[in-house]
Design a protein around this ligand. Structure first.
Ligand code: NDP
Length: 489
């Protein structure tokens, strides 16, 4: 296999290592160690599924909904103790059936709230063109192009999430302090009933997307099938399912209703704390503010998220359909929920330390992501930490057989570790958890989950990038050998 490697000085002064792959049939080592010919457009979720993956998928499909339910029951009936219900069962004081009887009831009110919520978010997404990008300096919204899909398409997206988030929150505050149409604790008060609604929506959307992928796909070329029905259902078949021109499943369900709801759920918990105890604790304020920064960052940079793994690599299946509707709203907001049942007042030192950890984590997270965005947007014609960037010039082939160029940044944060943005994210997550004190395990579930999620994401992303870039990715890994913490991992 012919391969050309050379160092070139770019007109901008940037240094580039050029690795040219000249064949569609180049051999690369894949994760299982076999030498497999790379096929055009072969990145994204797997084509082939082994027994281990099949079993894992089945376990996740069954265990995740039960885990969410267990956490809800633990909070609602056991003051957020994760161990007490299990110990009761272990010592024969209760049966699993007794636990099941503690599951929340389905209520008409929850269905009503769910229906209004979803209709409202759909209206804000497809019915209200973005005006924020016209009036807010520096904000990028409106109709934006996405990344190149494996089939070689570029989709346009309706980026108006910041507007949807802002309008929804203005209505929430206007209601809480002026109109009083409904209680600001409405989400917390109906949290159990809403769990059934969200599960129904999550499963309905996933089943619909699966059927749609088979019978009326948006882009037939951008589908992936394996011989495993359950894996396909979980990881998705269609890459970018849409209804009409603008209702994009991934952008909608990824950001709204789940992420718009995140800050409302936290606010509802804060209002509940006030209603129950007559004041809001510093820990609740900390959790609300730090998580609101993360959510606002997401919407401020929604155009940029079009280039992240969720949109660029993942297909739309149960993983996103159920995950965005149930897992995210219930498991990412555990700290706020916990603090209603266990109002923690932090010492000044503890509180300041958490602010520093949370803000520091956010700074790293944003700075790393911004650096990649700047580098890719300017095609390397920028300064990284005051110097022209170093990068690896790569090529890849989309499934239409066309060859494309890409660059992997080797300097700045991206020279320190391959996923330093995840490190910043994890620092923020730790701050949310530690803001809840040390009374219970439950609020710490989030950092454990994010650690697993992001390490798994590192591995998934690297496997995909290896499939996409071939041995150019191996070269990149040898130049930037660590994933999260330089010198450690
Ligand atoms: P990244 O933003 O790191 O994107 C990974 C992609 O970037 C790769 O697939 C590759 O894509 C490209 N890339 C990799 N290395 C380089 C490089 N050196 N130079 C230029 N491009 C490179 O990851 P994610 O999309 O996973 O995450 C985005 C953010 O979202 C992160 O900050 C993460 O912490 C956060 N996140 C939060 C989650 C949550 O639940 N709270 C869940 C997941 C992510 P290409 O094909 O373009 O080369």
């Amino acid at each position: 296999m012919a391969k050309v490697q050379q160092r070139t000085r770019m007109p901008s002064g940037s240094e580039t290592v050029v690795l040219e792959r000249d064949s569609q049939h180049e051999d690369v080592k894949v994760a299982n160690g076999a030498s497999t010919p790379i096929k055009p457009g072969q990145w994204g979720r797997a084509w082939e599924v082994n027994l281990f993956t099949s079993v894992g998928v089945l376990v996740l499909l069954t265990a995740c909904p039960l885990l969410v339910l267990y956490f809800y029951i633990a909070c609602d009936k056991y003051q957020c103790s994760l161990t007490t219900p299990l110990l009761e069962v272990y010592y024969g004081e209760a049966t699993l059936h007794d636990l099941w009887l503690k599951a929340p009831a389905m209520t008409a009110k929850a269905w009503q709230i769910g229906a209004i919520w979803l209709t409202w978010q759909i209206f804000l997404y497809v019915g209200l063109p973005d005006v924020f990008h016209k009036i807010i300096p520096g904000y990028v919204g409106g109709i934006r192009p996405g990344a190149l899909t494996p089939a070689g398409l570029i989709n346009d997206y309706n980026v108006n999430g910041l507007q949807a988030w802002a309008i929804t929150h203005i209505v929430f505050f206007a209601n809480a302090f002026y109109f009083h149409w409904f209680s600001p604790t409405i989400i917390f008060d109906n949290w159990g009933g809403l769990l059934w609604v969200a599960n129904t929506v999550g499963y309905a959307v996933s089943i619909f997307a699966f059927v749609k992928a088979h019978y009326f796909p948006t882009s037939a070329e951008d589908r992936k099938f394996s011989s495993n029905f359950v894996y396909d259902f979980m990881m998705g078949v269609e890459f970018n399912p849409r209804i009409g021109k603008w209702f994009d499943f991934k952008l909608f369900f990824n950001g709204r209703p789940g992420i718009v709801a995140w800050t409302l759920i936290n606010l509802s918990a804060a209002f509940k704390q006030y209603e129950l105890y007559g004041h809001v604790t510093n820990s609740m304020i900390l959790v609300n503010v730090l998580q609101a920064m993360y959510v606002m960052d997401y919407f401020w940079n929604e155009h940029w998220y079009l280039y992240t793994i969720d949109i660029c690599h993942d297909h739309f299946g149960w993983y996103l359909g159920w995950g965005d509707n149930v897992w995210l709203p219930w498991m990412y907001t555990l700290q706020g929920q916990y603090l209603v049942y266990n109002p923690v007042e932090l010492s000044t030192f503890h509180c300041l330390a958490m602010w520093m950890l949370g803000l520091g984590g956010y700074y790293v997270f944003r700075a790393v992501n911004r650096q990649k965005d700047l580098f890719r947007r300017t095609n390397g014609n920028c300064l990284i930490w005051g110097k022209p960037p170093k990068y690896l010039q790569c090529s890849y082939i989309s499934s239409d057989g066309k060859k494309h160029q890409s660059k992997l940044l080797l300097s700045g944060w991206w020279g320190l570790a391959r996923h330093f943005n995840y490190t910043g994210d994890l620092m923020g997550c730790l701050a949310y958890c530690m803001s809840c004190g040390f009374g219970h395990l439950l609020p710490y579930f989030y950092i454990v989950f994010m650690l697993i999620l992001l390490i798994h994401r590192c591995l998934r992303d690297e496997e995909r990038c290896r499939a996409k870039y071939g041995n150019q990715w191996d070269k990149y890994e040898s130049l930037v050998p660590y994933r999260l913490i330089p010198g450690v991992f």
